[in-house]
Design a binder for this molecule. Structure first.
Ligand code: FAD
Ligand code: NA7
Length: 457
């Protein structure tokens, strides 16, 4: 193990999980740790949770990573993403509601990070420009632009961990006539403040998480009307009166959108909630994961190790139900492989294992319940052979299913529901007012609300 060197690309939740996994080994007395450098494009840790007001390019002229918006609240129950080694109780010292706003969740995610211990590994404002692998030396060369020094840097590594996320580069489809639309046309990636759309007729294209949540935000902050245009299936919730779903847009004429069902409507703004591209401009074809947002990307052994070169490691590339605790488990597994505590089998065995998971993936019927069970089984498969603290993966899966039922029952009120922690049994407290009425959601404001002890039926 001596003299091994690893590069972690990205300092968001995945990259931080990798750094913490090594830190845990160091604290446990492991003296044979590799040298680690983490390159991060932004000027702080937190990845997507490092909210930015910027859109387009950052101060260094790099594409802005952030897709989070100002009034975002957790889109799933916090009880489903609780870390196995750091509970909400430990962080907040008291019960809080099940759906915290963005800033509160960020406070929790970063709360377990020993910044002094972790930040020393990270080079901020260093976007990765290129990665190469040399078959003869069996080493990677990583080139980054260090915006702090104004110079490019190159270094040699034994392993590369790609933790750059996949919800940052917009998938932006074209619709005939959109170029003449007189109002704002933007992608969800560039959406920041719902107040911009107060009293406006807004069209969302797409019918997944971004469409659903940004539409709800726009409703909450006073949009005049919201139309969601779907390609495959409507979302199907019982929306408030000024919200509706229509089939896909066929074209635009001026400010009027025409839909597949023959109807039309005039709009002030169009928001493409059409998902994101997996975009690794710093990787050559032979190292690059080529996939889309799905439950089990092809070509990754254990969903982590690039089949053609297992020293190329990818974290957090699945579509997400489970998030932070799953990233931890992946990072822990990857660490054990890098430390030599766990072997990567030969190509034939890897292919056989990937086939089992791909076959299961192909057999999924697309329902959330099946997807959740599948992702839970994937996490349990990884957990079975590592010493990451066990956590009630299946029980969290059942909470995810409850969350989906709660959304169906009341899409504007589901964030008022409460659940018990699967780790500590602590029951979440209730919001003191309906979610629609709580408009100031800063950390300080939220934590000073008078949360109500949940009533038990
Ligand atoms: P990211 O958080 O995206 O971090 C990737 C990091 O890599 C960033 O810091 C970025 O700057 C850096 N990077 C990128 N390219 C380079 C480069 N070339 N060189 C160097 N560094 C680079 N999850 C939840 O659990 N709950 C939620 O409520 C929730 N809401 C979400 C809402 C939105 C709008 C979005 C987009 C995502 C949401 N997520 C949510 C999912 C979110 O992606 C994960 O919570 C988590 O941030 C994934 O962590 P990550 O480290 O894999 O990726
Ligand atoms: P998703 O979940 O990948 O969904 C993308 C949506 O965009 C989905 O409804 C797609 O329709 C739709 N889409 C994609 N291309 C088109 C075109 N060309 N025309 C019309 N509709 C299209 O992305 P989200 O942004 O919603 O969510 C990503 C993450 O961000 C999520 O994990 C949240 O945490 C936040 P389809 O159903 O495929 O027909």
């Amino acid at each position: 193990m001596l003299n091994k060197k690893i590069a972690i690309l990205g300092g968001g939740p995945s990259g931080l999980a990798q750094l913490r996994a090594f830190e845990a080994a160091r604290l446990a007395g492991n003296k044979n740790l590799p040298e680690i450098i983490c390159y991060e494009k932004q000027n702080d840790i937190g990845g997507m949770w490092n909210y930015t007001w910027r859109t387009g390019l950052d101060k260094n002229g790099e594409p802005v990573h952030g897709s989070m918006y100002r009034y975002l609240w957790s889109n799933g129950p916090k009880e489903c993403l609780e870390f196995a080694d750091y509970t909400f109780d430990e962080h907040f010292g008291r019960a809080i509601p099940s759906y915290p706003p963005r800033a509160v969740l960020k406070d929790y995610i970063l709360g377990r990070i020993d910044e002094e211990a972790i930040k020393k590994y990270i080079r901020f404002e260093c976007p990765v420009r290129w990665v190469e692998y040399d078959d003869a030396t069996e080493k990677f060369t990583v080139t980054v632009m260090n915006h702090k020094t104004g110079e490019q840097e190159t270094d040699i590594f034994d392993y590369v961990v790609v933790a750059t996320g996949h919800f940052s580069t917009p998938n932006m489809p074209y619709f005939k006539g959109v170029e003449d639309f007189p109002g704002r046309v933007l992608h969800a990636h560039d959406f920041r403040d719902a107040l911009e759309f107060e009293n406006k007729d807004v069209l969302m294209i797409g019918s997944s998480y971004s469409a659903e949540d940004i539409a709800s935000q726009c409703y909450k902050y006073g949009a005049k009307s919201i139309t969601i245009s779907y390609r495959s299936e409507p979302i199907g919730y019982d929306w408030p009166d000024n919200m509706e779903e229509r089939p896909l847009v066929t074209h635009f004429e001026g400010n009027v959108a025409y839909f597949k069902d023959g109807t039309s409507k005039a709009f002030d703004a169009i928001m493409m909630c059409t998902g994101y591209l997996f975009h690794f401009p710093f990787l050559p074809d032979e190292l690059r994961l080529d996939t889309h947002n799905c439950m089990y990307p092809e070509h990754l052994y254990k969903g982590i190790f690039f089949h053609d070169n297992p020293k190329m490691i990818y974290l957090g590339m699945h579509d997400q139900y489970y998030t932070f605790n799953k990233l931890d488990v992946q990072a822990w597994y990857a660490r054990d492989v890098i430390l030599g505590d766990k072997a990567i089998p030969n190509a034939e065995e890897r292919l056989a294992d990937m086939k089992i998971w791909q076959d299961r993936h192909q057999a999924l019927d697309g329902s959330d319940d099946q997807n959740i069970d599948f992702q839970a089984d994937y996490i349990l498969d990884l957990l079975a052979t590592i010493d990451y603290p066990d956590f009630p993966v299946k029980a969290q899966g059942e909470l995810f299913k409850q969350w989906l039922r709660d959304k169906e029952e009341d899409i504007m009120g589901f964030r008022e529901k409460t659940y018990a922690s699967t780790m500590t049994n602590t029951m979440a407290t209730e919001l003191p007012a309906p979610w629609l009425e709580i408009k100031d959601d800063s950390l300080e404001s939220f934590m000073s609300l008078d949360f109500v002890e949940a009533t038990v039926d």
